[in-house]
Design a protein around this ligand. Structure first.
Ligand SMILES: Nc1nc2c(ncn2[C@@H]2O[C@H](COP(=O)(O)OP(=O)(O)OP(=O)(O)O)[C@@H](O)[C@H]2O)c(=O)[nH]1
Ligand SMILES: [Mg+2]
Length: 313
């Protein structure tokens, strides 16, 4: 076993950070380490947190993490394309709180960009989940902003998905109508210190009633004031309840299979794309075919078949 893999398994933060960077850069050293650590994964509860910008996701993650730490659990946090407070743009107070987590040995925080992704999450996110899991984190929390494909993909990775909403007529309904309804395992109406909470909860609950009618589990709708650490213990309980529900109904393994399927597809997609578009042998051929398509000498389907034919041979 490579040193880096062995040190990741021991939970060494510097090795974890280094392996993540290598994985993001598609370094062959990372690939080898990923192969060895896989058998040591599967124990972490992966929690996806999505919701509109500024709804308080990071603040909630901070409070959840503190709660998990009180229980002695180790926590990994992945912030995907964050605007705050893991990166710039955040208010000073928020950043200071996150810094406090960063100095805790039982917490590992990593920010990742979505740039350069062909829609959806990069395979590096799957790697980071595996790495944090293998490093002994009991809980891995992934934060995504609720716009685009990333949070739909996060559902494929997460065992439990939280959708964060805030009071304010229309907001919640819009988010739900945008397709987030199906992905929530738990709804959280954060900023419950603001007016309009009861209405927001009632709106979401009536939608949940319709969506969950006839199902054996009704998606809970919780309220929190993350900034004041209110409602967090109840939220931790509901997250646990969901995990127990998944285990009891064997949905846990189904969900995990979905993650591995998405991961496998992503690795193959990436390898294939690299092979076709980066390998020097194919590069010239691809360029030539694009020229020919432009000149109507060949159509795109025939061109694609020609490239694929070369690979499948
Ligand atoms: N009033 C109120 N403000 C809150 C609450 N929770 C968080 N905030 C504030 O809302 C702002 C945004 O909080 P974040 O935790 O950065 O929200 P986020 O969803 O992570 O934001 P992005 O990552 O930029 O999408 C910060 O100024 C928080 O202090 C709350 O319960 N009530
Ligand atoms: Mg945030």
């Amino acid at each position: 076993m490579s040193d880096i893999a062995a040190n990741v398994l021991k939970g060494d933060p510097r090795s974890i950070a280094r392996l993540i960077t290598l994985a993001e850069n598609n370094d062959p050293v990372a690939t080898e380490a990923m192969k060895t650590i896989h058998e040591h994964t599967g124990d972490a509860h992966v929690i996806g947190i999505t919701g509109v910008m500024g709804s308080g996701k990071s603040t909630l993650i901070y409070e959840l993490t503190r709660e998990y730490r009180k229980k002695g659990l180790k926590v990994g946090i992945i912030a995907i394309d964050p605007t705050s407070p893991f990166s710039g743009g955040a208010l000073l107070g928020d950043r200071i709180r996150m810094m406090e987590l960063a100095t805790d040995e039982g917490v590992f925080i990593r920010s990742m960009g979505t740039r350069g992704m062909l829609g959806g999450l990069t395979s590096a996110v799957y790697d980071v989940v595996e790495i944090l899991d293998a490093s002994g984190k009991d809980v891995v929390i992934i934060e995504t902003v609720g716009v685009g494909q990333a949070e739909v993909d996060v559902v494929k990775i997460a065992d439990t998905t939280l959708v964060i909403l805030v009071p304010g007529l229309g907001d919640s309904i819009q988010t739900i109508k945008a397709g987030i309804m199906e992905i929530a395992d738990i709804y959280v109406v954060n900023k419950a210190d603001r007016s309009g909470v009861e209405q927001a909860v009632a709106e979401i609950e009536s939608l949940v009633d319709i969506a969950c009618s006839g199902k054996d589990r009704k998606t809970p709708v919780l309220t929190t004031v993350a900034k004041e650490n209110k409602g967090i213990i109840k939220l931790v309980d509901e997250i646990d309840n969901h995990k127990n529900y998944l285990k009891k109904t064997k949905m846990f393994d189904v969900q995990r299979r979905k993650r591995y399927e998405a991961e496998l597809v992503e690795i193959i997609r990436k390898r294939l794309m690299n092979f076709i578009f980066d390998e020097s042998t194919f590069k010239g051929k691809v360029e030539l075919l694009i020229d020919q398509i432009s000149k109507k000498e060949v159509d795109p389907y025939t061109a694609a078949e020609e490239i694929l034919g070369k690979i499948l041979k």
